[in-house]
Design a binder for this molecule. Structure first.
Ligand SMILES: [Zn+2]
Length: 342
């Protein structure tokens, strides 16, 4: 029973792509009239925005004046509408806070305080730390294999999954990089890059789980296992990017891929009697507990740290432990193979 529960907890860990896009705050009539007024006057209270100047004096947004804006501002897509929405949200939240109401979502997102133009500073910081942990894990794995463990005469490693974990490391780092970018500035492009990277990582980790659990070492067999999965994941990513960014469908795809790999890892850890199986199980349970943060999606404390940010924080120690398991596995397999050849 407890293993069954672990499986469900692990499912939660890997289905991190799930994101809710409901919007309650932008239906608020006070907020709506504030945005409408701001887009005409260019001001909220005594704060006025330069992006709104260009429309109030009758010039269209693509006037030469607008084109002279600094490139970094245009890249970040700061415009009159986003300035108005942000400041109307802040002033509305301040009013709500005064009468003791808790924060609500605007356009599918919690009201965050920006720091230096970064939308969700805590999530960005934790994504960057995750990136650092992944990098550390990957480099230490590399050093262990090529400098500490014995190598074959052709300089290859005895461990059969070296290449696969290298790809895993690169995909993880890529995924955390785009997560940091997306939480800095949420626009269509950064959102697609974040989602696509996460789906690619999830798909590849499923392939890896199957290869490791079923001891697929033969080149031809590896191609046969991975080809249909790679084709499916590629099609799904193309669908999200060029046809429809369908959150519901993406969630289903991610949950199915997650369930498959979680069952694989959880069962394998028990059946194989791997010496470091407790690390696998700790990641399973820890990830499940962390996932509760995504389920109880609470608003940001002081406009900074919300449930999603804490969830990104929790994957930092889990990733650390996971790479430790990967290194243990490399040592364990290498020792077993050396024993066999002797
Ligand atoms: Zn995130």
């Amino acid at each position: 029973m407890s293993r069954c529960r672990s499986i469900f907890l692990l499912i939660a860990l890997f289905s991190f792509v799930i994101s809710l896009h409901a919007s309650a705050g932008d239906a608020d009539p006070v907020y709506r009239s504030c945005v409408a007024q701001c887009e005409e006057s260019g001001c909220v209270g005594d704060k006025c925005f330069q992006h709104c100047k260009f429309s109030t004096d009758g010039k269209p947004f693509d006037s030469p004046l607008h084109m002279q804006e600094p490139l970094y501002l245009r890249w970040k897509q700061w415009d009159c509408q986003s300035d108005c929405r942000y400041h109307c949200m802040l002033s509305r939240e301040e009013e709500r806070n005064k009468i003791g109401q808790s924060p609500i979502k605007y356009h599918g997102k919690w009201p965050f305080q920006r720091i230096y133009g970064i939308q969700e500073p805590a999530s960005v910081a934790f994504s960057a730390l995750n990136l650092a942990v992944q990098f550390h894990g990957w480099v230490s794995f590399f050093i262990l294999l090529y400098y500490k463990l014995p190598l074959k005469p052709n300089k290859g490693t005895f461990y059969e999954y070296t290449g696969l974990w290298h790809i895993y490391g690169l995909l993880s780092m890529n995924s955390w990089f785009w997560s940091a970018v997306f939480h800095s500035r949420d626009v269509e492009l950064t959102e697609k890059l974040d989602y696509s990277s996460a789906v690619a990582l999830l798909g590849f980790s499923l392939i890896l789980a199957l290869m490791r659990a079923f001891n697929v070492r033969d080149e031809a067999a590896r191609v046969m296992v991975s080809a249909p999965l790679i084709a499916f994941v590629t099609t799904h990513i193309l669908y999200l990017n060029f046809y429809k960014l369908d959150y519901g469908l993406n969630m289903k795809v991610c949950v199915v891929m997650a369930i498959a790999q979680l069952i694989t890892w959880a069962v394998w850890a028990g059946v194989s009697g791997h010496p470091s199986r407790w690390k696998v199980w700790t990641v399973v349970v820890g990830g499940g507990l962390a996932m509760l943060l995504e389920v109880y999606d609470f608003p940001p404390y002081k406009g900074l740290v919300d449930a999603h940010a804490l969830w990104h924080a929790s994957t930092i120690p889990l990733s650390f432990l996971w790479w430790s398991f990967i290194r243990d596995d490399a040592e364990y397999r290498t020792a077993a193979l050396l024993k066999k050849t002797k």
